[in-house]
Design a protein around this ligand. Structure first.
Ligand code: UD1
Ligand code: UDP
Length: 374
């Protein structure tokens, strides 16, 4: 607990005040259930946006569509090398926290914003809560792995989505009393938005697709799209999937992947590129897909929750629960393996149970914050 800030607030008889630090698409989506709960309860909190994501379709569209309150601060750090981006966020967060003096900072996931938010806070004695704690790919070449390990070890309250992630944290020596199994807020986000999504828009119709008759893909991770051999292998694999099943492959392309595709001069065949989509349309597209091929963390979870088979275009996953229930399989980036794993998943039944909780993780996390800090 932040001794300086917290002690003073207790003397003054004030209630807890906290800051939600976020900066990228998945953080906005997965923090949205917590933000909604804070709004419902009228809690004293503010949103601090790092500005890591800034394009309309990676950032503002989610605030507008999910009807989230505006960030009180936006550091507008933008893109850069890891050190530049992380360093700018560290300095910006420290400045805001020093002025606002919250009791706690809440971060979610594994981006540079998460690492910098957690580190800036803990260094000046502000408590840190980490949502989606305890995930591990055990692959130190991924920037996300470094970020999540360090964020966990800076945190005072660790919100593990599953018992498996709790066990991982305990195995690393984190005391049991700091760890809470809450479920993953992605389930809340899917449940809260799915119905809205179905009734309001018709992305399948607009793209000329029918449910169960297309593949959905997303590829954006640094270790894949910045590596020409891997990225080309994936694109070739997707092209082969399209040919073998004679179904469209839809790829809402992240700007990082778009940039790398141009830099490598790839010509795309058999894959339909579209702009990154808003959350409601993207959920519809996920729900209607015959199968999803992705390297995204959040999309592995959403496919599992929605009962859509998933082929992960990576050699590891920090979401082993999806493999355990039979919703997902690792294919790596070799074209023939991608096709083989796609065939395999298409022949399996889809009646697995969602391992990520009941859709009330946001409520639980806020309740724990109030019990501990209130
Ligand atoms: C970041 C996260 C990644 C997460 C992803 C979610 C880190 C290390 N990586 O990756 O874990 O899966 O967000 O989508 O934090 N760009 C834009 N507009 C934007 C943001 C980025 O055009 O709003 C382009 C820029 O060319 C930029 C590149 O995308 O250089 C990469 O952006 P960056 O934030 O560094 O990483 P992401 O790949 O988005
Ligand atoms: N998403 C979206 N529109 C898209 C692609 C993804 O709304 O065009 C959502 C998706 O539903 C999920 C989140 O973005 O909730 C995943 O983010 P991303 O894949 O960028 O990051 P990761 O989860 O890999 O960190």
């Amino acid at each position: 607990m932040g001794t300086n800030q917290c002690g003073k607030r207790e003397i003054l008889g004030l209630l807890m005040k906290f800051s939600i630090v976020l900066g990228t698409r998945p953080e906005i989506i997965k923090m949205s259930p917590i933000i909604r709960e804070c709004e419902r309860l009228g809690l004293d909190y503010f949103i601090l946006h790092s500005g890591q994501h800034y394009s309309y379709n990676l950032d503002r569209v989610f605030f507008e569509q999910l009807r989230l309150p505006e960030a009180k601060y936006n550091l507008e750090v933008g893109s850069g090398t890891h050190a530049e981006q992380t360093g700018k966020i560290l300095m910006g967060v420290e400045k805001v926290l020093s002025e606002e003096k919250p009791d706690l900072v809440l971060v979610e996931g594994d981006t540079n914003t998460v690492l910098a938010g957690a580190l800036a806070a803990v260094k000046i004695g502000v408590s840190v809560g980490h949502v989606e704690a305890g995930l591990r790919s055990y692959d130190r070449f991924m920037p996300e792995e470094i970020n999540r390990v360090l964020a966990d070890h800076c945190s005072d309250l660790l919100f593990a989505p599953t018992e498996k992630s709790r066990q991982t944290l305990l195995g690393e020596g984190i005391p049991d009393k700091k760890v809470f199994v809450t479920g993953n807020t992605v389930v809340d986000a899917v449940f809260q938005n799915l119905e809205l999504s179905g009734s309001k828009m018709d992305i399948l119709g607009n793209l000329g697709l029918s449910a169960g008759s297309y593949f959905l893909t997303t590829v954006h991770r640094q270790e894949n799209v910045d590596n020409p051999q891997r990225f080309q292998g994936i694109l070739k694999g997707l092209e082969m999937v399209q040919k073998e099943f004679s179904l469209p492959v839809i790829y809402p392309i992240h700007p990082r992947a778009q940039k790398q595709m141009s830099a490598f001069g790839y010509k795309i065949e058999g894959i339909r590129l579209v702009e990154p989509l808003d959350y409601l349309r993207f959920l519809q597209l996920e729900r209607g897909a015959k199968l999803i091929l992705t390297d995204s963390g959040g999309i592995q979870e959403e496919a599992c929750i929605l009962g859509v088979p998933c082929v992960t275009l990576r050699y590891n996953t920090e979401r082993p629960e999806t493999l355990d229930v039979g919703a997902n399989v690792l294919a790596g980036t070799e074209p023939t393996e991608i096709v083989k794993r796609t065939r395999y998943m298409l022949n399996k039944s889809t009646n697995w149970e969602n391992p990520f909780g009941d859709g009330r993780a946001g409520e639980r996390i806020v309740q724990i914050l109030r019990d501990r800090l209130g």
